[in-house]
Write a protein that binds this ligand. Structure first.
Ligand code: PSV
Ligand code: MN
Length: 394
């Protein structure tokens, strides 16, 4: 396969690759030990839309914003968010229920032992489904902080049963076309057991919920050393993969910039997806989202770099020649097969990505162009009145 054909495949792959930005990634965040306010951080929903729009204007591949129900839509009204999306030229991708911040949820939400707490959580999910319908979103993306800290404290099977019933009930309220994504995480905030700890649990729950439910893979939610592309391959084979929350990590859920620690991991995930798409002759219909809260990096720059890195890794994966790889595998030419992946990973696709951007009227060097615009400085000046360190991530 010639370089020209590989480049054509990569350009076509870039045409169909979009990544969704998290509203919460533009707001002030911190660690368990403190919050680190930034002068240009977004405080209002409008500021979050405005900042996200910058990423799309310069990067050209991030047309959607994910919203967090409690932080972004506290009044439960869809109209203001719809108007903002329109005026900033963005779409609203997914709605994230918040089932962890309120004190009632300290022993869990949908798996809670107490009927009243479960009912409150279920009503919130139903409200998120209504919002998602009104905002014409593609999905409601559910992550639960449910779990326990000490052995003996929780009836694990009882909690699983309640969770399954809750997801079934949520699914029953979905209008056609709206998906329910089930995200898993092995630990934190619970440190002994987490109710949806891994992809197997998420898969079983999504299956039980109904046909519009799928699993969401957050790359940070795995133990070090776990083979995430294998999980992706299995979920694809089961037609149960819904999408991703991308971030990188050195330990777990560190919210580091995608590809900053292990770009080859993301590349291998993309190779699996594109192999599935080539075999099935259709897109896998996945939602690619960023789930990063940058405490120290300037937020818009961090999101822009993340979107560009995701594009580059996606383009690299597209340069793998699936037919040649299959031939090497069939003939058990291990070295040749691996070299195909290595070559595609190491080839520099940045000139190609620049070409792709320029063809769309985006700057060849988005970071430099964004910096030259002075947007961050202007935002910092305009947002000075917000400056008081609050306690929430909103
Ligand atoms: C917490 O781990 C988390 O990052 C989950 O991944 C959610 O997707 C996100 O917060 C927003 O609720
Ligand atoms: Mn996530």
């Amino acid at each position: 396969m010639t370089t020209k054909l590989a480049d054509e495949r990569a350009l076509a792959a870039l045409d169909r690759f979009e990544i969704e930005l998290p509203s919460w990634g533009f707001a002030d965040t911190g660690t368990r030990f403190g919050k680190y306010p930034q002068p240009a951080a977004a405080h209002t929903l409008e500021e979050k839309f405005a900042d996200a729009a910058q990423v799309h204007v310069y990067g050209g591949c991030a047309p959607r914003l994910a919203l967090h129900a409690l932080w972004d839509l506290p009044g439960g009204e869809a109209a203001p968010a719809r108007a903002l999306a329109e005026s900033y030229g963005l779409r609203i991708g997914s709605i994230h229920p918040n089932l962890f911040q309120e004190i009632e949820y300290k022993h869990g939400s949908l798996a809670n032992e107490q009927d009243a707490v479960r009912a409150k959580a279920q009503a919130h999910v139903a409200d998120c489904i209504r919002l998602a319908r009104e905002l014409q979103c593609r999905e409601v993306s559910l992550w639960l902080a449910d779990g326990s800290n000490y052995p003996g404290a929780a009836d694990i099977r009882g909690r699983r049963k309640r969770l399954e019933a809750a997801l079934r009930a949520a699914h029953a309220a979905l209008p056609p076309g709206l998906r329910l994504l089930v995200e898993y995480k092995p630990f934190e905030p619970a440190f002994y057991h987490t109710d949806i700890a891994d992809w197997g649990m998420a898969l079983l729950l999504a299956r039980a919920a109904g046909p519009q439910a799928r699993v969401l893979v957050d790359t940070g939610h795995h133990y070090p050393g776990q083979n995430i592309e294998q999980i992706v391959a299995w979920l694809l084979a089961e037609d149960m993969l819904g999408g991703f929350h991308f971030n990188d990590r050195r330990y777990a859920d560190d919210d580091l910039t995608l590809g900053s620690i292990d770009p080859y991991q993301i590349f291998r995930i993309f190779v699996e997806i594109q192999a599935w798409e080539a075999e099935n002759g259709r897109p896998a219909g996945l939602s690619y989202m960023i789930d990063q809260s940058h405490n120290l990096k300037p937020k818009i720059e961090a999101m822009l770099i993340t979107a560009l890195r995701a594009q580059e890794l996606w383009a690299k994966a597209a340069r793998v020649d699936a037919a040649a790889l299959a031939a090497h595998r069939a003939a058990q030419r291990l070295v040749d097969a691996e070299e195909m992946l290595q070559a595609a990973f190491w080839d520099d696709v940045r000139p190609l990505a620049r070409r792709w951007r320029e063809a769309r009227g985006c700057p060849a060097d988005p970071l430099a162009a964004f910096r030259a615009s002075g947007y961050a400085e202007k935002a910092a000046a305009a947002r000075a009145h917000h400056r008081s360190a609050g306690a929430s991530y909103a």
